[in-house]
Design a protein around this ligand. Structure first.
Ligand code: ADP
Ligand code: ZN
Ligand code: ZN
Length: 715
């Protein structure tokens, strides 16, 4: 049942003669309501007495199931592993329209083809049925799907009905699109090795790390393996981060494979999501490209899973059912005995460690496929620099030289707005969010102060609200300020800003990207929106304005993420024939990890972090889970966590805390957590299972929101 309770519910069949299957939808009474539920198991006994059991009211899809045994097993594993309510796990995997009463599994889509009667009709004069004959001509060219008909004529339903009536055309189940691949470039040796290694493992579980620098041709490797899988009639699933799912990417697959992949992401309507789900389930969708949630699509012929940018944080769902789509993808591949490819230029430490331990096959691509050289790094010590709005004099000079050569420069700063703080130079007052432990960001153009963690917004005060002095100023920089500074320095050059404030509308990113690709000298300013996947051939200079925060962060993953981001951003420079340069501005040019990354590369950098983690017994050398809790009243949170800590069962895993969340107060709620850590996964899970049973019985649990986060990524 779609409720946040960690349990299953027993029901009687509507009729004893009815066949029941795991994965079938039912409508049942639940309290005073009627709800859709999904059968998880069929059993001949219950812990409840017969007279306490209600009966199923309806079977909306008859005997059809919404989950194959394979997906259902995966979901069961998920709720056990993530200690989450089964109903929420199950319903998270269903298209929204099937969660409600009233919708059914859509029938298999049809296509229409000619009959011999139709062929003879075409020999005759058109007569007065122009529209019908036009449609008949279209179908004569080849079978036509309903999807195509829709774009053919608005009145297609009526016209088609006439054709069917005359038996000039007939309906048949829609066929999966044929593969007509166009050849790719001849592979480089490293690519060939990777393709061979993956191909040879088709039909068995294998986890492949495809560890290739940006521009090394990872996508080309996917394409070659996909050709083989799809050519044999298999289905494949490609998961990408939300930000990486661009029309360009989809076009590339369409062009090379010769058919349109089915694309799914959070922006689709409920109707579209149901359609995608049905296409996947019927096998009509040969290749699905999607974000996180596509992982649970039913695909009866699934033979390959690819996760691009496996290190990306968006693969972890951060609220509700908190799962890692990377880890569940590996689990799904194992259950199906198929290979999974994890592609990235910057493996996460978890994946890196699995490759080190030979649990994953490690395929390295260290050459750029286009033959371009890797960009050169230049580190600027900010102590010795004079600065204008966050940009050093040396960087400013380099930008000028790049533009003078007719090339493009990219300025990266992962902070939007004009300034992260607005403060009074008389009394030190600064604007903070009333509901979060954070400063309000100054957005100068829209004359507003915004909290980036909740929806709070305010007008910028004209004078200091504390002392009335006319002394309010920004401290620090955001992308909006960089734009202003650079416009002033290079008034002739077009400047394109890429952040969530400037790129709001659908298609806006593509419009800007096309302008960049036209190649005229220009400046690109942006946040991590610019860090991923885009190929801008004329960008030869990248300036990283400031990443220092991460070097001394309390979050043990901050350094790893900083390295990943640096490499991704640097990868934008000089992807084509022109050599690239990356300027890093920092106050800590001697930081050891930074030096390793710049002089020896990401693999050495990750190797060092791995050793540090091992020495400190941190993941991936230990396993963690959090009990998170938040409430309006801090006392409620503290009582609950104290009680929860007291009932933690004895065992190998140790419990620490309570600790305040990194941002203790957010949207008016106080957030704390308990941390459980163990060196061994099995023991940890045994204790967690026992613990959750106790925790949900606690009276103090009713006054807070709480959740378990297994393998947490943030704190
Ligand atoms: P990645 O996904 O690793 O960033 P891509 O697959 O996008 O790399 O390849 C980068 C560029 O190199 C693309 O323009 C691609 O067409 C080209 N490319 C890839 N493989 C080859 C090859 N073997 N020979 C020539 N060009 C290639
Ligand atoms: Zn003041
Ligand atoms: Zn806030």
């Amino acid at each position: 049942m779609p409720v946040p309770l960690r349990q299953l519910f027993d029901y009687l069949p509507a009729e004893i003669a009815m066949l029941h299957h795991a994965g079938q939808r039912v409508v049942v009474p639940f309290g005073r309501r009627k709800l859709v539920g999904v059968i998880v198991e069929v059993s001949d006994r219950s812990e409840l007495p017969l007279d306490k059991l209600a009966a199923v009211i309806d079977y909306p899809d008859g005997e059809q199931t919404v989950f194959t045994g394979e997906v259902l097993d995966l979901l069961k594993w998920c709720w056990r592993y993530y200690k989450h309510a089964p109903g929420e796990v199950i319903f998270n995997a269903l298209p929204p329209l099937l969660r409600k009463i009233g919708k059914m599994i859509p029938p298999a889509p049809l296509q229409y083809c000619m009959t011999s009667a139709g062929e003879s009709r075409l020999q005759e004069p058109v007569g007065r049925i122009k529209a019908q004959i036009a449609l008949l001509q279209e179908i004569h060219e080849g079978a036509v799907t309903e999807h195509r008909l829709r774009s053919f004529t608005p009145a297609w339903r009526k016209t088609l009905a006439r054709l069917l009536e005359q038996q000039w055309v007939q309906a048949e189940p829609q066929q999966a699109p044929g593969l007509s691949p166009s050849p790719g470039p001849p592979l480089l040796d490293e690519q060939r090795l990777a393709v061979d290694s993956i191909s040879s493992s088709l039909g068995a579980f294998n986890c492949h790390l495809l560890d290739g620098i940006t521009g090394s041709g990872k996508t080309e490797v996917y394409l070659q393996v996909l050709e083989q899988v799809l050519g044999k009639g298999g289905q494949a699933l490609l998961l990408v981060p939300e930000i990486g799912l661009t029309p360009q990417l989809v076009n590339r697959f369409t062009q090379r494979l010769g058919f349109e992949p089915v694309v799914t992401h959070s922006g689709l309507s409920e109707g579209q999501r149901l359609q995608v789900w049905a296409m996947a389930r019927s096998g009509l969708a040969r290749l699905v490209i999607g974000t996180r949630s596509a992982l649970f699509l039913p695909m009866p012929d699934l033979e390959l899973i690819i996760l691009d940018e496996e290190h990306d944080a968006s693969f972890k769902q951060q609220d509700g059912f908190r799962y890692s789509s990377r880890d569940v993808a590996v689990k799904r591949a194992a259950g199906l005995a198929i290979p999974v490819i994890l592609g990235t230029a910057t493996p996460s430490l978890e994946t890196f460690n699995n490759a080190m331990g030979n649990r994953y096959r490690w395929n390295r691509l260290r050459q750029r496929a286009t033959g371009a050289a890797e960009p050169r790094w230049r580190v600027l010590d900010l102590i010795q620099q004079s600065m204008t709005g966050g940009i050093s004099a040396t960087a400013m000079k380099a930008i000028g030289e790049t533009l003078a050569k007719g090339e493009q420069a990219l300025i990266f700063l992962n902070r939007r707005g004009y300034a992260p703080v607005i403060l009074c130079h008389e009394c030190g007052w600064h604007a903070v969010c009333q509901d979060c432990d954070t400063n309000m960001t100054w957005h100068k153009a829209s004359r507003r102060l915004l909290c980036h963690h909740c929806d709070n917004a305010a007008r910028v005060p004209a004078v200091c609200p504390a002392c009335s002095a006319d002394a309010l100023q920004g401290a620090g920089e955001g992308t909006e300020q960089l734009e202003q500074v650079l416009n002033r320095a290079f008034p002739e050059t077009p400047l394109l800003r890429f952040d969530r404030d400037s790129v709001r509308k659908k298609g806006e990113f593509e419009r800007l990207a096309t302008q960049v690709k036209s190649g005229e000298p220009s400046l690109l300013v942006g946040t991590q929106m610019l860090a991923k996947g885009h190929h801008f051939p004329m960008v030869t200079l990248v300036v990283i304005v400031n990443l220092d925060q991460a070097l001394y962060s309390a979050d043990f993953r901050a350094l790893e993420r900083m390295g990943q981001l640096m490499v991704q951003v640097a990868g934008r420079a000089g992807r084509d024939q022109l050599p690239g340069e990356v300027i890093l501005q920092t106050h800590y040019p001697q930081h050891e990890s930074l030096l390793t990354l710049l002089t020896s590369g990401y693999e050495a950098f990750a190797g060092d972090i791995r050793e540090d983690r091992q020495a400190a017994c941190l993941p991936p050398f230990s396993y963690q889970a959090l009990l998170r809790s938040d409430a309006l009243q801090k006392d409620d949170v503290m009582h609950f966590l104290d009680h929860a800590k007291q009932c933690f069962p004895a065992g190998e895993a140790v419990i620490y805390g309570p600790f305040p969340a990194m941002m203790e107060r957010r949207s008016g709620r106080t957030r704390w957590y308990l941390l459980v850590q163990a060196n061994e996964r099995l023991g940890l899970h045994r204790q967690l299972d026992e613990w959750v049973l106790q925790v949900q019985k606690l009276p103090s649990a009713r006054k807070v929101r709480w959740s378990i986060d297994v393998d947490p990524q943030d704190y």
